[in-house]
Ligand binder design. Structure first.
Ligand code: AP5
Ligand code: ZN
Length: 217
């Protein structure tokens, strides 16, 4: 099964994608994570993307589309994938349609996580991750069981994303409303758009998503 999780920054795409990976055996493809890895490695793509990301704007379509096309050609995604953070513009969605058609890979669902802008600021500003294993946390909504210690791996170091500053959230939301929201009618016209209440508590969101996907195979 192949699906897209669509929603504004902080909507819970990454959180739900991780759960679906474990439960359904799908592969998460996060273009944000891929770009942050490029920035860390100091690659050509990373150098081009860094400043754009730090302004809360979108990286040019040509870079992202080439990166994504290469990723979906790898054998580990053949069992099914969850696109998290891609597509983000209509040209990206059109390019994805072509890539998938070429590989005879269907797109089964596009799931929109609907969250109010006001809640997103709070979610993004409180987010942090384990520096060793990458497990995601939130100061208020998902603190580690023991303060300062990762539940998953016991590590005591955490990181916050460079673009998670409150003053950048407005720019990221603006990019979402102007450039990404047009994908909602795009996928509605294809008959594959489904909507979930992303304001609900994380387990309830997961329950709604699983109701769309059907029983775990
Ligand atoms: P990217 O990394 O994709 O970030 P984003 O879309 O801004 O999404 P986030 O990762 O911020 O949020 P999320 O929806 O995954 O939320 P999460 O689950 O973490 O993109 C970053 C940048 O890269 C972009 O700005 C752009 O520059 C560039 N980029 C990436 N892809 C691109 C593309 N295709 N084209 C062009 N540029 C691209 O949840 C957030 C927090 O809330 C967490 O702490 C979590 O614990 C908590 N939480 C989650 N669910 C709930 C809930 N139900 N209730 C309460 N708290 C919750
Ligand atoms: Zn950890």
């Amino acid at each position: 099964m192949n699906l897209i999780l669509l929603g504004p920054p902080g909507a819970g795409k990454g959180t739900q994608a991780k759960r679906l990976e474990d439960r359904y055996g799908l592969k998460q493809i996060s273009t944000g994570d891929m770009l942050r890895a490029e920035v860390r490695s100091g690659s050509e793509i990373g150098l081009q993307a860094k400043a754009v990301m730090e302004r809360g704007e979108l990286v040019p379509d040509a870079i992202i589309i080439a990166m994504l096309a290469e990723r979906v050609a790898q054998p580990d995604v053949a069992q099914g994938f969850i696109l998290d953070g891609f597509p983000r513009t209509v040209p990206q969605a059109e390019a994805l349609d072509l890539v998938l058609r070429d590989k005879a890979m269907p797109l089964h669902h596009v799931i929109e996580l609907q969250v109010d802008d006001a809640a997103l600021v709070d979610r993004i500003a409180g987010r942090f991750t384990c520096a060793r294993c990458g497990e995601g946390y939130h100061d208020q909504y998902k603190p580690p069981a023991q303060a300062g210690v990762c539940d998953q791996c016991g590590h005591t170091g955490f990181t916050r994303r460079a673009d998670d500053k409150a003053e950048l959230v407005a720019a990221r939301l603006d990019a979402y409303h102007r450039q990404t929201a047009p994908l909602l009618p795009y996928y509605a016209a294809q008959g594959i758009l489904r909507v979930v209440d992303g304001m609900a508590e994380m387990n309830e969101v997961a329950r709604q998503v699983e109701a769309i996907l059907g029983p775990v195979p």
